[in-house]
Design a protein around this ligand. Structure first.
Ligand code: SAM
Ligand code: SF4
Length: 481
């Protein structure tokens, strides 16, 4: 059971979404690709589509029409994997109808299960890990020749920096840009370091170029993605890249604050968001950079996981309750209007009721704008699976989750209520989900704002909206000059 209160980069409504390039380029073979999990996977699917487009594929939104079906998978919790297995079953009839159909599994689940996947799911022809996408045309060729194909090699260098991703299902306004891959943190509950390999940062000029190109194409918001953006680090050979950027670090290193500044300087109308920040690494330098540039959105996703120091230690998060509170205080001091969101896990190994209450009291302290909340799900091979018993009964995990969700709903609503009567700067993203008489977009703090369509403004433009109502998750208002 997972709960999300409000949207962020893991968008529940997009799980399993078929991703297509618009308008479709005509070619001989058709790729159907759907994605699960976090924004990084959706971003990776764009890299995959780009590699295959260069090799003669067009995308389709109908798998019955496809020559190749790819599922880009997530392993973070057991239910994420189960969802993929159920979905695979639905492709069986398509394969019977079209025996040449290639079915491939990409991403974290492919990396975790490797060749075992081919034994467990007979339908699957190709298994490809997140660092091996350049090999896809070759692997598809092997399947065309009647073999099964696996490439799950992890790399210490691959960042796909030179690949200009095609944008899938794009509204032409917001885009994800990967700035790093992998993770070195080894949180004890987490499978990511095993499925996505060692942390590596992408060369900053390729990031700036990608964001500049997006801006020139009409995009107005980029979300910089990494598992731990605050540990972004690029050693320049000559120090050129950051010549006009102030830094507390030595001259030949571009850190995350420097990168933010480089992207912020592309154009004041290009909004910048980023995810995910890590409490152990987020620096005051990053906060001051956010304060300095109006186009860096005032929103920080700072996963707490637990409010109790003993549990945090077992989780190997390398910060304690006091440290986390210190970082929250720094955010509130430097950027008082900053939105803060989080991830919470309930029922981690040996968590007591008292320790769970400390998570609730942390929520009372921070009053998060929104949160992603999960019951602990033991993942094979992780440090926690090796070291600690998964000893909290499901009913207790679930009851604790319910308490956390109830509290968050209350704070999410309060945070929205606090915006009543205030004017929000909103980037118009398109029609609202419910009606084409309304536009929707997000404010600086990432809250969804809905307001009537008007002749003087259109998607991709910024408007000032006076909020006069709220629902439980949305601000509603009218455009003011
Ligand atoms: N790198 C980010 C971070 O450290 O916050 C996000 C990693 S993960 C893709 C997103 C969230 O999934 C985590 O913050 C955590 O709350 C949750 N998660 C990871 N492993 C989990 C597990 N085994 N059981 C339940 N939730 C888990
Ligand atoms: Fe997983 Fe921790 Fe890395 Fe996030 S920081 S991806 S939770 S190991």
């Amino acid at each position: 059971m997972d709960f999300a209160v409000q949207d962020k980069t893991h968008d529940e409504s997009r799980q399993g979404e078929a991703l297509v390039i618009e308008p479709g380029k005509k070619s001989d073979r058709k790729l159907y690709i759907e994605s699960y999990g976090c924004a990084m996977n959706f971003s990776d699917s764009e890299i995959v589509a780009s590699i295959l487009a260069d090799n003669g594929f067009e995308t389709t939104g109908d798998y019955n029409d496809a020559d190749v079906i790819f599922i880009n998978t997530c392993s973070i919790r057991e239910n994420a994997e189960q969802r993929v297995r159920n979905r695979l079953k639905e492709f069986t009839i398509a394969k019977v109808k079209k025996p040449d159909l290639v079915v491939g599994v990409l991403g974290c689940m492919a990396e975790r299960l490797k060749a075992k996947f081919l034994e467990e799911e007979k339908l699957v022809d190709v298994v490809v890990g997140p660092d091996a996408y350049r090999d896809l045309p070759n692997l598809i060729g092997k399947v065309d020749d009647g073999q099964k194909a696996v490439n799950v090699l992890l790399s210490r260098e691959e960042t796909y920096a030179d690949i200009n991703p095609v944008r899938l299902n794009s509204n032409g306004i917001n885009a994800f840009v990967s700035i790093m891959r992998g993770c070195d943190n080894m949180c004890s509950f987490c499978v990511v370091p095993f499925t996505r390999g060692r942390e590596r940062s992408r060369e900053p000029q390729s990031i700036v170029k990608e964001c500049t190109d997006l801006f020139n194409q009409g995009y107005r918001e980029v979300t910089l993605l990494g598992q731990n953006v605050d540990s972004y680090k690029w050693k320049t050979e000559d120090g050129d890249q950051k010549s006009d950027v102030g830094s507390q670090e030595s001259e030949d290193v571009v850190n995350f604050a420097n990168l933010l500044e480089l992207v912020a300087q592309i154009h004041p109308d290009l909004r910048i968001r980023f995810s995910t920040s890590h409490p152990k690494d987020i620096t005051d330098e990053v906060l001051y950079t956010m304060k300095k540039y109006d186009n860096i959105c005032n929103n920080i996703h700072l996963p707490v996981q637990s409010g109790n120091s003993r549990v945090l230690e077992l989780m190997n998060r390398t910060y304690d309750r006091e440290w986390y509170i210190n970082r929250i205080d720094a955010i509130r001091r430097i950027i008082p209007e900053c939105g803060i969101s989080t991830d919470v896990i309930t029922g981690f190994c040996s968590e007591t009721d008292e320790e769970h209450k400390e998570t609730l009291s942390m929520m009372d302290y921070v009053k998060y704008d929104y949160a992603y909340m999960f019951m602990y799900s033991e993942r094979p091979g992780t440090l926690a699976a090796k070291r600690y018993a998964d000893d909290i009964p499901e009913a207790v995990k679930s009851a604790r989750l319910k308490e956390v969700v109830t509290k968050q709903q209350q704070y999410s609503y309060e945070r929205l209520q606090a915006q009543l009567g205030k004017v929000q700067r909103v980037l118009i993203e398109g029609f609202s989900k419910k009606s084409d008489k309304d536009y929707s977009g997000r404010n600086d703090q990432n809250a969804m704002v809905v307001f009537p369509v008007g002749e003087r403004y259109k998607p991709g433009q910024y408007v000032n909206v006076l909020v006069d109502r709220t629902t439980t998750a949305t601000l509603i208002g009218t455009v003011v000059d």
